[in-house]
Design a protein around this ligand. Structure first.
Ligand SMILES: Nc1ncnc2c1ncn2[C@@H]1O[C@H](COP(=O)(O)OP(=O)(O)O)[C@@H](O)[C@H]1O
Ligand SMILES: [Mg+2]
Length: 358
């Protein structure tokens, strides 16, 4: 649906987009994820046509967009600020884009009602827009964009102004809405959790470049660099040594945990011998309680820090032979005590959960 071909964008001397090449498929929920200032909004605006590009090409639905102005593109944008007109009613806001539409007044009313129902605001048409809550404003902004039946809906941090509960609720509703209308959604967010929850695929951006483009599970399980791994969730890193490579397998000395064999696919960033880093997620380590044994490897250690979250507890454990503590997350299953600092324990881990980085 959208194709970026080596897109560069300069603001004066500042190189904001540095060779973006990517394809966004029709009907997918696609996210641009990255820290503030990495170029997400700029890239989104090149789709909308609000921003020209310095070189390269943007194609939408097979057509070159170079000379297509924003109002002639099959896209619509929902802004971070919603840009709701406070002095208009909800229905007037939603119907705003139909001002010059040749349809009859009755047909327009029907379209507005339909759009309001889609976003869960049936019957709110006569309300004053300024009297709405944050979540309701967000819905109005969505309805206003959807009523124009774009091929692509562009969303720039649309949920960032909402509180945590509301944001999570809207995330679920947005996913449902996208499935229902079936159009391509491109979401900008700096919130990794939001991107993981909502997206079919995610492009992780740093400094004007796409560092990795994958589905959420691949991004989480097989990040191709320490930087991506660090940005998405929590990952433990230990210095490691590559001791051998043969037909699809890599032998490593895993950061004081001993010799292990891993599959080549566990080094998605491609490493080439010698010094490396081994990474593993906190939930791939398990503290063993009395009577439990490891399915795979087992290493003794000492609890150094305990952070209790109610449903989960995060432990920092110093494994014997490892020169720094590792973070372990444990679900607080009923009947299982939270361990104290200083407790000696045993930790189960699996070579299959390791990721190797340059
Ligand atoms: N109109 C502009 N003029 C000059 N610099 C800009 C302009 N818009 C954005 N930038 C710069 O380009 C970089 C990327 O901005 P932006 O795309 O808004 O990042 P993000 O949305 O990822 O936070 C930032 O360093 C920002 O300061
Ligand atoms: Mg932005």
């Amino acid at each position: 649906m959208i194709e970026f071909q080596d897109v560069h964008k300069y603001y004066g001397d500042y190189h904001a987009l540095r060779g973006i090449t990517a394809t966004i498929r029709a009907g997918e929920f696609f996210s641009l994820l990255g820290p503030s200032g990495c170029g997400k909004t700029t890239l989104l605006r090149t789709i909308a046509g609000f921003e020209g590009i310095s070189s390269g090409a943007v194609m939408i639905d097979g057509k070159h967009m170079a000379h297509v102005p924003a109002n002639k593109r099959p896209t619509n944008m929902v802004f971070q600020s919603y840009a709701i007109f406070p002095h208009l009613s909800v229905a007037e806001n939603v119907g705003f884009g139909l001002r010059r539409d040749p349809r009859s007044a009755a047909e327009k009313i029907r379209a507005v009602d339909e759009a309001l129902e889609m976003v869960g605001l049936k019957g709110y048409g006569n309300r004053a827009a300024h009297a709405l809550s944050g979540g309701q404003r967000q819905r109005v902004a969505l309805a206003r964009a959807l009523i124009l039946k774009p091929k692509v809906l562009l969303l720039d941090e649309p949920l960032s102004a909402l509180d945590k509960k509301m944001r999570e609720q809207m995330q679920v509703e947005l996913i449902k809405l996208q499935r229902q209308v079936g159009i391509t959604f491109v979401l900008v967010t700096h919130d990794q959790e939001e991107a993981l929850v909502m997206s079919d695929r995610i492009a992780v951006m740093f400094e004007g470049e796409i560092a990795q483009l994958d589905d959420p599970e691949t991004l989480y399980r097989r990040p191709n660099s320490r930087r991506v791994a660090d940005f998405i969730g929590v990952m433990n890193f230990l210095p490691a040594k590559v001791t051998g490579e043969s037909n699809g397998h890599i032998s490593i000395e895993a950061g004081g945990l001993g010799q292990v064999d891993i599959e080549a696919a566990q080094a998605p960033g491609k490493i080439s011998g010698g010094e490396a880093w081994v990474g593993f997620r906190p939930e791939t380590l398990t503290i063993l309680y009395e009577g439990q044994t490891a399915m795979d490897r087992e290493t003794p250690g000492t609890v150094e820090e305990v952070v209790y979250y109610g449903d989960m507890t995060y432990y920092d454990v110093r494994l014997d032979g490892v020169d720094r503590p590792v973070r372990i997350s444990m679900r607080n299953v009923f009947g299982r005590p939270v361990l104290d600092i200083g407790t000696r324990t045993r930790v189960a881990w699996s070579p299959g959960a390791l990721v190797l980085f340059r």
